[in-house]
Structures are given as structure tokens and as C-alpha cells.
Design a protein around this ligand. Structure first.
Ligand SMILES: Nc1ncnc2c1ncn2[C@@H]1O[C@H](COP(=O)(O)OP(=O)(O)O)[C@@H](O)[C@H]1O
Ligand SMILES: [Mg+2]
Length: 259
């Protein structure tokens, strides 16, 4: 068997911080260079298919968890290039037995994909325990305020309880008017590594209306630039540094050639 992919859950604690937005945009950026699959782990209120403009689909993650379909039958490709396993938007309550299959499903995906990105539900219920428990690492998305941070601290405890890797956190919807906490203070309070700060940006709201990730619909926006930088952080700076070194060597050789 080949090397397994990274299974990254995108969580928060508080609702509305931008988990779904972040999961979609990171999947879009990483898809450019990696094999990526985005999985809707918000079983009771899946939003990814709505965000991407295809709310009704013939086979969903719910069918797979109920044992009716294979995971391969629930994979769709959005026009932006993202591969997605969506949930069923009609209320279909998943039993504990159904949820138990989730871990197996994502593990199977990690055989084929280098990144499995799971969009988590908000709060601290059974759903969130399932997604965190199935991931290898968890990235938290917080708003720059104390309410959001206090919920993120509780989620951090959940990540530790499950023995999962703290994958760092993202501050989203940052703005001079709105922000209550500075990035360095948030990092200290949460005790996790800050992966990046995404500004509050009307381009994100416009992209949602267009049913596209902002990195595709508004590639020059400030939010898109932040998602690019964060994806780079997640992928690890090694590749980028090697590229820069290569470029440096090329320039030096070129200059030598000019002498
Ligand atoms: N950086 C941002 N700037 C402006 N609006 C944003 C930003 N990030 C998210 N939003 C908006 O905030 C709302 C909640 O985002 P969402 O991704 O659904 O959060 P969650 O999945 O955590 O509940 C959405 O309407 C989304 O378009
Ligand atoms: Mg969401």
C-alpha cells in the first residue's frame, strides 16, 4: 500500500466562523497541485453542496454511511476542480452505527488522496466527536473575538482528548472595526500555531452568491491571497523553499554566464 494522505478536519466550536468557506477554499487551492477530496462532515446540516450550487445529488455521504452505496459513487467534481463528497441536505439523522462508518470511509479516501479535508459541524456534540476522531489533524477557524476563542479552547481540549494533532488555527473575518483580539494574543490564548489571517472581505460574500470558492471567482481579492498563503503553510514551506533555492541557483548561473 502506498503512503496515506493527510486527513484534516476544519473545526471551530462556535458556528458561523467560516469553516465551510475555509474548507472549500483550501480544497480549491490545494487541488491545483495535489490530489484533494473535500468531505462534508456536518451530517445534520451539510452546507457544501449548497455553497457549490448543487444542493440535490443522487448519491451522498449519507447513502454511504447507511451502507447503500460505495464511497466512490458519492464523489462529485465541481467546475472549479474540487472533488467533493457532499451530504444530503434533507434532514436524515445518522445513528451511532452509521457514524461509526465515517472513520472507515475517510481512511479509505486517504489511500487515494493526498489531502482529505473534512468540513466539521459547529458545537461539541456526537457529530463533532466523530469528525475529530476520524481526522489525523484538526485546524480551527476562529473569529477575532473572545466568544469564538473561548469555544475554540474547548474544541482544542476535544482534539487533545482524541489524541489528534493540533494543526494550527486561522483567524477569519478580521477587520480593524470588528476585531477584539490581536493575532498574537489569540495565539497565546489558544496555544496553537497561527496559520494565517483572512480579512473580512465582501468578495467572500459575492463568491458565495456565485457558488464558487473566492480563490476562483475573485483570485485577486485579499481573502483569496490569504487562503493561498494558508494553503502554502499547510502544505509545508519545504517545497516552496526548494523552489526558491532552485530559482536562486538559476539566477546565479545566469549571472555567471553573463560575465
Ligand atoms: N472572510 C470572510 N469575509 C466575509 N464573509 C465571510 C468570510 N468568511 C465567511 N464569511 C461569511 O460568513 C458566513 C458563515 O460562513 P461559513 O463558512 O458558513 O461558517 P461556518 O461553516 O463556520 O458555519 C457565510 O455567509 C460566509 O459567506
Ligand atoms: Mg459550515
Amino acid at each position: 500500500m502506498g503512503k496515506r494522505g493527510r486527513i484534516i478536519a476544519i473545526g471551530s466550536g462556535k458556528g458561523g466562523t467560516g469553516k465551510t468557506t475555509t474548507a472549500i477554499n483550501l480544497a480549491a487551492v490545494l487541488s491545483r497541485s495535489e490530489q484533494v477530496i473535500l468531505v462534508d462532515g456536518s451530517f445534520n446540516s451539510p452546507h457544501i453542496s449548497i455553497f457549490l450550487g448543487s444542493p440535490r445529488l443522487p448519491v451522498t455521504l449519507h447513502d454511504v454511511l447507511e451502507g447503500k452505496n460505495l464511497i466512490e459513487e458519492s464523489i462529485y467534481r465541481h467546475s472549479s476542480g474540487i472533488r467533493v463528497v457532499p451530504g444530503d441536505i434533507s434532514s436524515r439523522i445518522m445513528s451511532a452505527e452509521h457514524l461509526k462508518r465515517f472513520r472507515e470511509v475517510v481512511s479509505r479516501l486517504s489511500d487515494k488522496y493526498s489531502f482529505v479535508i473534512i468540513d466539521c459541524h459547529s458545537g461539541f456534540g456526537r457529530e463533532v466527536e466523530t469528525t475529530i476522531g476520524s481526522a489525523g489533524e484538526v485546524i480551527l477557524v476562529v473569529e477575532p473575538d473572545l466568544v469564538s476563542l473561548s469555544d475554540a479552547i474547548k474544541t482544542r481540549k476535544l482534539i487533545e482528548k482524541h489524541g489528534k494533532k493540533l494543526g494550527g488555527f486561522i483567524i477569519n473575518k478580521n477587520s480593524a472595526d470588528y476585531s477584539e483580539v490581536l493575532p498574537a494574543d489569540a495565539e497565546r490564548l489558544l496555544g496553537m500555531r497561527l496559520l494565517g489571517v483572512v480579512p473580512f472581505d465582501s468578495a467572500v460574500i459575492a463568491s458565495k452568491k456565485m457558488k464558487h470558492p473566492v480563490v476562483h471567482s475573485h483570485p485577486s481579492s485579499r481573502a483569496a491571497a490569504a487562503f493561498y498563503r494558508i494553503a502554502d503553510e499547510i502544505r509545508g514551506s519545504k517545497g516552496r523553499m526548494e523552489e526558491e533555492e532552485d530559482r536562486g541557483a538559476y539566477l546565479i548561473n545566469k549571472l555567471r554566464g553573463l560575465k
